[in-house]
Write a protein that binds this ligand. Structure first.
Ligand code: HEM
Ligand code: HEM
Length: 283
């Protein structure tokens, strides 16, 4: 079998495994997650370059003499490429490398996770579309490795050319399906965490003021610093009630999960040792 195909098989396998691993941040930690995501991106560029001839050939004959299957492959590849563009773009925005103070961190986080799940589904579909190639290339590579001089060549050919059927399809689809489901459910758990965190934040918000002359203000990202002790009703009972919208307007909170030690998110930092994440405190 061609060495080229063998390399392509391994690149595809490493891409898929690397991609799946980025869904398990409990395993990798944030720093490795970021490097893994970037490495998958770089390997994807190599993967695309290895198929550039195919892309050019299909693109040239897109509206003419190419098959619908080739068009479908191209469409799936374009969707996956856009998906990775968004995932890596949003990942870099949130990353610990640039420390960009994002106004709505949760939005970008949700976006990052939703695109990861969507792209994962498309990658699984792409691999299923290529299941025959995956099985034949794998078989041929095993044949090359296990070539036994005792077995006559015709016997090897017979094993190699035994028909590829439902069983092979089911084993490829099973492996891809299990990997995809486990990774997607891990990402969905993270999404649920964001929703719970948001619910907690809303639950902590003060009740909307009822003064007619003073319309309620948005308090997201203008929340008072959570490091400050909450005013006790005994000490300042009237000031809290009289000025319900007096939260400092210039305060920027980079993350509103309000994590207490040790924090659910991997960005947890507590330089002022108040057991609250610095990202949730007023800048
Ligand atoms: C984790 C993501 C990906 C995996 C696991 C993957 C895997 C594969 C596999 C197994 C093949 C068929 C065998 C081959 O000829 O190499 C293939 C083909 C191909 N891939 Fe990917 N790929 C991924 C992402 C991408 C992306 C993002 C692009 C485009 C930017 C792309 C472009 C192509 C092209 C052009 C082909 C040949 C045409 C086709 O069959 O679709 N792939 N890929
Ligand atoms: C292959 C591409 C990637 C995929 C599939 C992916 C997927 C994910 C998922 C599922 C999460 C949520 C994990 C959890 O909370 O358990 C996440 C979070 C995150 N990812 Fe990615 N990611 C990718 C690439 C990147 C890259 C390249 C970067 C930055 C360089 C990055 C930065 C982040 C950051 C900062 C978080 C949020 C961490 C937190 O606040 O807890 N990701 N990613």
């Amino acid at each position: 079998m061609s060495k080229n195909n063998q390399v392509k098989w391994w690149v595809g396998a490493i891409l898929f495994i690397g991609f799946l691993l980025t869904f398990f941040m409990d395993l990798t930690g944030l720093e490795l997650h970021q490097w893994l995501g970037i490495s998958v991106g770089i390997l994807l560029i190599y993967h695309l370059l290895a198929h550039l001839d195919w892309v050019n050939a299909v693109a040239e004959r897109l509206f003419g003499g190419t098959s619908n299957r080739a068009r479908l492959y191209l469409l799936v590849d374009i969707i996956i490429a856009c998906g990775f563009g968004f995932i890596i773009g949003t990942g870099l925005l949130m990353s610990t490398w640039f420390q960009i103070p994002l106004v709505n961190y949760d939005f970008w986080w949700s976006f990052h996770i939703l695109f990861s799940i969507g792209t994962l589904i498309m990658v699984a579909l792409k691999l299923l579309l290529h299941w025959r190639w995956i099985v034949t290339t794998f078989r041929k590579s095993r044949m090359v490795q296990r070539r036994n001089p005792v077995i006559p060549a015709p016997a090897q050919v017979a094993v190699n050319s035994s028909p590829i059927g439902r069983r092979q399809f089911l084993s490829v689809a099973g492996m891809i399906g299990i990997g995809t489901l486990v990774a997607a459910s891990s990402a969905l758990k993270s999404l649920k965490f964001i929703q719970d965190a948001q619910t907690n934040v809303y639950a902590q918000e003060p009740p909307a003021p009822t003064y007619e002359s003073q319309p309620p203000q948005m308090i997201e990202n203008t929340a008072p610093p959570i490091s400050e002790p909450a005013p006790t009703s005994a000490a300042t009972p009237t000031s809290v009630q009289a000025t319900p919208t007096s939260a400092p307007v210039n305060c920027t909170v980079r993350c509103n999960h309000h994590c207490a030690y040790p924090g659910r998110c991997r960005k947890y930092v507590d330089l002022n040792n108040n057991n609250l994440c610095d990202y949730g405190e007023c800048l």
